[in-house]
Design a protein around this ligand. Structure first.
Ligand code: ZN
Length: 149
């Protein structure tokens, strides 16, 4: 069996691969470090379609919704305890479910199983999930604005 260093050398013998750190062309590399920036290199297995952009866009969309609703819920609680008098039922009925729902989805999708589940969706489904996450956040903000006035 070849050692990892031999595999790395073999892989780079006839390929123009840029150093992931500095972009230096590593073709014909003899050692285990980039000659330009000096950082160590290793050969890895990657996903053919990592879909990282869509995954991050979906998680951020959900987290923004969980974040604003959670922050305002906390502010409301602090303000109400300090000054007495609670916000209307309608405001709470938007805030609390939004926070619980989007917060749970953020945590689920951020878990290892959630990320793997997301990556196994088709490209169309992933695009739909990005749109759905941001739509949920925007709609919850609109509902909250309506509940305040
Ligand atoms: Zn380098």
């Amino acid at each position: 069996m070849l050692a990892d260093t031999d595999r790395l050398r073999e892989y780079l013998a006839e390929r123009d691969e840029p150093c992931p750190s500095c972009g230096y062309n590593l073709r014909g590399l003899a050692g285990q470090a980039c000659p330009e920036c000096g950082l160590g290199l290793t050969l890895r297995v990657g996903l053919t379609e990592p879909a990282t952009g869509a995954l991050i866009a979906t998680i951020v969309g959900l987290a923004v919704g969980a974040g604003w609703s959670g922050s305002i819920t906390a502010l409301y609680v602090v303000f109400s305890l300090g000054h007495g008098g609670w916000a209307s039922f309608w405001e709470w009925s938007v805030l609390v479910p939004t926070f619980l729902f989007l917060g749970t989805l953020t945590a689920l999708l951020g878990s290892r199983a959630g990320r793997s589940w997301f990556r196994r969706r088709s490209q169309d489904k992933r695009a739909l999930l990005v749109v759905a996450a941001w739509t949920a956040t925007v709609v919850s903000l609109i509902l909250f604005a309506i509940s305040v006035v």
